[in-house]
Ligand binder design. Structure first.
Ligand SMILES: [Zn+2]
Length: 163
């Protein structure tokens, strides 16, 4: 089995990092300005370095690096998925916190009664929580909007037919 693809994105790519997390790819986004520490961290953690910095291409680097085009986030996302031939699985969507990159933990419905809007509680049976920021997620409008955004941009999600 292949190890899952993981990324390290530079600060200019925080929007892309959120989308990669939404799709279930472990993506660290760093504010670091210098190139060398970025490369060292990426290589050390076996992450593919995503950057907009052309100068990094000229440096010696044992890891993998993708130079991203200066385009809208949807195009950047397509670029990464295409270059690496990555497949998107519907069941991996929203498994990571979009802000913290932490794996979301399942919550029992009875435990969220006071934590989510009543309407949501009435209609939704599945909840997850980020162990770091404690934010609670549930399948809903944002998930449908994300799927529509991906579809509109020609990004295929397998297993999304029933969602
Ligand atoms: Zn979080």
């Amino acid at each position: 089995m292949n190890t899952p693809t993981r990324f390290l994105a530079d600060a200019a790519l925080s929007g892309l990092a959120r989308w990669l997390r939404l799709l279930g790819f472990d993506t660290v986004c760093v504010q670091e300005k210098a190139g060398r520490p970025l490369m060292r961290q990426a290589a050390g953690e076996d992450r593919i370095l995503l950057t907009r910095r052309r100068d990094l291409l000229e440096r010696q680097f044992s890891g993998r690096l993708l130079l991203l085009p200066d385009t809208a986030v949807a195009k950047q996302l397509s670029f990464v998925l295409g270059k690496l031939s990555l497949e998107i699985e519907a069941r991996n969507l929203y498994t990571l916190c979009l802000s913290c990159n932490q794996k979301m933990i399942s919550l029992e419905r009875r435990n969220v009664r006071d934590l989510v809007p009543e309407y949501v509680f009435e209609h939704c049976a599945e909840y997850t929580q980020c162990p770091e920021c404690r934010k609670i997620f549930w399948p809903g409008t944002h998930r449908r909007n994300a799927l529509r955004f991906l579809k509109d941009n020609g990004i295929l999600v397998s297993g999304a037919e029933g969602l």
